[in-house]
Design a protein. Structure first.
Length: 196
């Protein structure tokens, strides 16, 4: 089953609107613990989160991962325009990120990507492989409720659906909360380790 391709120009245009709903820096500050962490932005698109993450991770790295080369080219260009040398672009599918070493990533980050993945359990296994022992997965998703914008209702996932998929793959939910800007947007922090 082939996932549809996204138009990078359209994504770039929608960023102004997106910044009201998903203030990138504010979201990232909640999950980045120190500036030398390694964050994998899986399905990075045009780098909406990659660029601010790289600015925050002054002594760390952002692995910008996407299956579309044209997205990675835009992300790389934006990193260059911002004089960021800590962005590494990797063309890969989320269930096969063989360029990334085992136990090498602090934060696996996916914004509005997980609902679009066909190989969900394989991708979760692969994320488990790349995460450090104390690392975690952070997902941003749309709830299955009607909104004026966002992905089609039939591909969205409710928090309960998402939690059960994560739990089936032996992830533990650390936190699940909704966006203050848009009730339909929610955030899930999950860890392969049991939560203390």
């Amino acid at each position: 089953m082939h996932m549809h391709s996204f138009d990078p120009e359209h994504l770039l245009e929608s960023e102004k609107h997106k910044s009201k709903l998903l203030p990138a820096e504010k979201i990232l500050l909640r999950i980045i613990e120190n500036d030398n962490q390694i964050l994998a932005d899986i399905g990075c698109g045009t780098g909406y989160f990659t660029i601010p993450a790289a600015k925050l991770l002054k002594n760390g790295k952002v692995l910008a991962i996407d299956r579309q080369q044209n997205m990675l080219e835009i992300t790389a260009r934006r990193a260059q325009e911002n004089n960021l040398t800590n962005v590494i672009t990797i063309q890969a599918e989320s269930h096969n990120m063989k360029e990334i070493g085992a136990s090498s990533v602090d934060i696996a980050f996916m914004s509005m990507v997980f609902h679009d993945i066909h190989e969900k359990s394989k991708s979760l296994e692969e994320i488990k492989r790349i995460l450090k022992p104390k690392g975690f997965l952070y997902l941003i998703e749309w709830d299955k409720i009607q909104t004026d914008f966002g992905p089609p209702l039939d591909i969205r996932m409710s928090p309960a659906e998402l939690a059960s998929i994560l739990e089936e793959s032996a992830y533990h939910i650390v936190e699940l909360y909704r966006s203050e800007a848009e009730f339909a947007i929610y955030f899930v922090k999950a860890s392969p380790e049991p939560v203390k």
